[in-house]
Design a protein around this ligand. Structure first.
Ligand SMILES: Nc1ncnc2c1ncn2[C@@H]1O[C@H](COP(=O)(O)OP(=O)(O)O)[C@@H](O)[C@H]1O
Ligand SMILES: [Mg+2]
Length: 332
C-alpha cells in the first residue's frame, strides 16, 4: 500500500493548501510542456485537469474516509450496536475526531454494560424476597401451614425488606441522576449526631451510643437531611455488625480544611480486600452475605453519593484489634 504523503500533517488546513498548491503547480507544468510541444489549448487543459485530479485523489486519500466510517458507525450505534469503532490513522483534525469518537463509544459501551449489570442485580435482589414470600403464601393457601402470627410476622419482615430495597434503589437513582439537589446550610454537628444516636437507641436499646464532638459547637455546612441519612446508614451497619453491649462511637472533629465525621464499632470489621469495594452498589462481604442479615448492599453506595455531592470523601478503615471505622471528610 502506498503511504499517503500527507498522513503525518496535523492540520487539515495545511493539507488542503498543499493539495491546492500542488494541483496548481502540476497544471502550470503540464500547460508549459503542452505549449512547448505545440498542443492545442483544449487538449492541454484536459490533460492538466486529469493529472491534477488524479494527484488530488492520491493526496487527499484518507482525508474523508474516517468521516464516512464515523457516519456508518454512528448510525449503527444509534441502532444499539455499541461495538463499532472507526480506524483513525491520520493525525489531523479528522483523525483526532475519530479518536475522540472511539473514546465516546468506549464510554457509552461501558455505561451500557454498567446499566445491564445494575438491572441484573436489582432483579436478583428483588426476586429473592419475592420468591420467599410467594412460597410461604402458597403453603398457607394450600393449607400446609397455618397463618399464625409468627408466620405473618416473617412475611411482614420480608415485605419490609422489599420496601426498604425499593426505597433505597429510588434514592440511589435520584441521587445519581442529579434529581436530589443538595441544600447546604451551616448547622451544629451535635444536632446531627445526637438525632441519629437517639433514633438508633430507640431501635436497639441494648447498644450504647457514644457521641464525641470536639469542639462541641462544631458547625458543618451541608444538607442536614442528607447527612442524617449518611450517618444513619453508617450507624445502622455498626449496630448490625457490632456484638451486643459494645459501644458504637459517633465522632466529629475538625482539621485545618475539613470536618471529619466517624462511626466506629467493635464488630468483626471489613477485610482489607473489601475496604474500597463496600461502597459499590450491592457489594457485601462474604461474611455479611452468609449471615444474611437482610442488607442489600446499597447503604454505603448511597452514603458515598451524598458525601461526594458535598465534595467530600468517605472511606472504611480497620480498627485495632478489631472493628470498623467509616471516615467521612467534608469540606468546611
Ligand atoms: N460496620 C461494619 N462492620 C463490618 N462490615 C461492614 C460494616 N459496614 C459495612 N460493612 C460491609 O459493607 C457491606 C455494604 O454495606 P451497605 O452498603 O451498608 O449494605 P448493607 O448494609 O445493606 O449490607 C456490608 O454488607 C458489609 O459486608
Ligand atoms: Mg447498610
Amino acid at each position: 500500500m502506498i503511504v499517503n504523503p500527507l498522513q503525518r500533517i496535523r492540520s487539515i488546513k495545511v493539507k488542503f493548501s498543499i493539495v491546492i498548491v500542488a494541483a496548481v503547480v502540476v497544471t502550470l507544468a503540464v500547460n508549459e510542456i503542452g505549449l512547448a510541444l505545440n498542443f492545442r489549448a483544449g487538449f492541454r487543459a484536459g490533460v492538466a485537469a486529469i493529472i491534477a485530479l488524479g494527484m488530488v485523489q492520491l493526496m487527499a486519500r484518507g482525508m474523508t474516509s474516517p468521516l464516512r466510517s464515523m457516519e456508518r458507525a454512528a448510525t449503527a450505534m444509534a441502532q444499539g450496536d455499541l461495538s463499532r469503532r472507526v480506524s483513525a490513522s491520520s493525525s489531523d483534525e479528522v483523525g483526532r475526531l475519530a479518536v475522540a469518537f472511539n473514546h465516546m463509544a468506549d464510554e457509552l459501551a461501558a455505561e451500557d454494560q454498567h446499566r445491564r449489570e445494575l438491572i441484573a442485580n436489582v432483579s436478583h435482589e428483588l426476586r429473592t424476597p419475592i420468591s420467599a414470600l410467594r412460597a410461604t403464601l402458597e403453603n398457607v393457601v394450600d393449607g400446609v401451614v397455618a397463618p399464625d402470627p409468627a408466620l405473618l410476622r416473617t412475611m411482614l419482615a420480608q415485605t419490609e425488606r422489599l420496601q426498604r430495597l425499593v426505597t433505597q434503589l429510588l434514592d440511589l437513582s435520584r441521587l445519581e441522576s442529579g434529581g436530589t439537589p443538595i441544600h447546604k446550610l451551616p448547622f451544629p454537628v451535635v444536632d446531627l449526631l445526637d438525632a441519629v444516636a437517639d433514633e438508633a437507641a430507640l431501635h436497639s436499646p441494648d447498644m450504647a451510643f457514644d457521641v464525641q464532638i470536639e469542639p462541641l459547637d462544631l458547625v458543618v455546612d451541608g444538607d442536614p437531611e442528607r447527612l442524617h441519612q449518611v450517618v444513619a446508614n453508617l450507624v445502622e451497619n455498626a449496630v448490625r455488625f457490632a456484638p451486643e453491649a459494645t459501644p458504637i462511637v459517633l465522632r466529629a472533629r475538625r482539621t485545618a480544611s475539613h470536618i471529619v465525621l466517624e462511626v466506629e464499632d467493635q464488630g468483626p470489621g471489613i477485610p482489607p480486600g473489601s475496604l474500597a469495594r463496600v461502597f459499590e452498589r450491592f457489594y457485601r462481604t462474604d461474611e455479611a452475605r452468609s449471615a444474611d442479615e437482610g442488607g442489600s448492599g446499597l447503604g454505603l453506595a448511597i452514603a458515598r453519593w451524598i458525601v461526594e455531592l458535598h465534595r467530600g470523601t468517605i472511606r472504611a478503615e480497620q480498627v485495632d484489634p478489631h472493628g470498623c471505622r467509616i471516615v467521612v471528610r467534608l469540606p468546611g
